[in-house]
Design a protein around this ligand. Structure first.
Ligand code: 8YV
Length: 313
């Protein structure tokens, strides 16, 4: 397959880059300052794109690649891939579900505990020598609190199972009530927020879910509420979130994703009740290798005319 051109959009995994290099003619998109010229020059060689959660495969890229056959994305979220355009062009699309579910669900629970128990603030308190002057303030109990999950897919279900182990009642919102699920279903995000202590964003980002957590939802969650976002930054109206946190209309937030990554609103930096992570949901050695292997398996299946492992389109 070494003559098949594969475009990797950014250097997110050295292992994936090496494995692609072994099998295909690899085009490293990030190495060229002139992106459009780079695509025009190599357009007739590139039959596959390997994108990720930050740099995917948009309509402009698809239009410049007449030989494109498949987008094998190194992510479960496909909001940076123009799926409509891919369908129109007959371009196959795959992603990396399941292999990252545990990591992202684990991190959601880590964020909940970090925010409620002030883990990061406690660490800073000890390191800064403050303990000598007195004990850290009392924090907030997690076990038994109601966890509201926005989107009960693979990751949302993993979060629910973990929270149940802490004795937490689980409620959820999704477009429709899921059969054979014992969790409390709410037909609107506002009702979910009004009836939970911790709201976790775990749904895919689409035009319908952009800013699905808005001022109304934040006000419904209320001043004792906590928002956890392990989905996508644009799920939340970030300006409204920041003002609610600064004004005390929310008790706290645990954020792994932001509207304009890697830029994070600086008003959040001084808030003790906010935990900020650099989009590390799937960021473990084991999981990123599993994701890379899945990207490779999908590409090999496609070019060997075999069924794709994790087809989306
Ligand atoms: C990516 C993510 O896996 O999988 C997703 O949708 O958001 C991330 O965990 C990672 O950023 C590589 O694209």
């Amino acid at each position: 397959m070494e003559t098949i051109g594969v475009l990797m959009t950014s250097p997110i995994s050295a292992y994936l880059e090496e494995e692609l290099d072994k099998r295909f003619k690899l085009f490293r998109f990030w190495e060229s300052p002139e992106k459009k010229e780079f695509l025009n020059k190599n357009s007739l060689s590139i039959r596959a794109v390997v994108g990720n959660a930050s740099v995917g495969c948009d309509a402009a890229m698809i239009d410049l690649l007449p030989k494109l056959e498949i987008v094998s994305n190194f992510s479960v979220g496909l909001d940076k891939v123009d799926l409509v355009k891919c369908k129109e062009r007959g371009v196959r699309v795959t992603n990396t579900p399941d292999v990252l579910t545990d990591d992202v669900a684990d991190l959601a629970l880590a964020l909940i505990l970090a925010v409620l128990r002030g883990i990061c603030a406690c660490d800073r308190y000890v390191r800064g020598g403050s303990w000598i002057k007195g004990d850290f303030k009392l924090t907030t109990k997690f076990s038994g609190k109601t966890v509201g999950i926005l989107g009960l897919g693979r990751i949302g279900s993993g979060i629910a199972k973990r929270a149940e182990a802490f004795g937490c009642p689980i409620s959820y919102y999704s477009r429709s009530k899921k059969p054979n699920i014992n969790y409390k279903y709410y037909p609107s995000v506002v009702e979910l927020a009004a009836n939970c202590d911790i709201l976790v964003v775990a749904c895919p980002l689409t035009e319908e879910t952009r800013h699905i957590v808005n001022r109304e939802v934040i006000d419904a969650l209320g001043p004792k509420g906590v928002i956890i976002n392990i989905g996508r930054g644009p799920h939340v109206d970030e300006a409204e979130l920041v003002s609610a946190l600064v004004e005390g209309r929310l008790a706290g937030a645990g954020l792994d994703v932001f509207e304009h990554e890697p830029h994070v609103p600086e008003q959040l930096f001084d808030l003790e009740n906010v935990v900020l992570l650099p989009h590390v949901g799937s960021g473990t050695v084991e999981t990123r290798k599993d994701m890379a292997d899945l990207v490779i398996r999908n590409l090999e299946a496609h070019f060997l005319n075999k069924p794709l492992i994790t087809p989306v389109v």
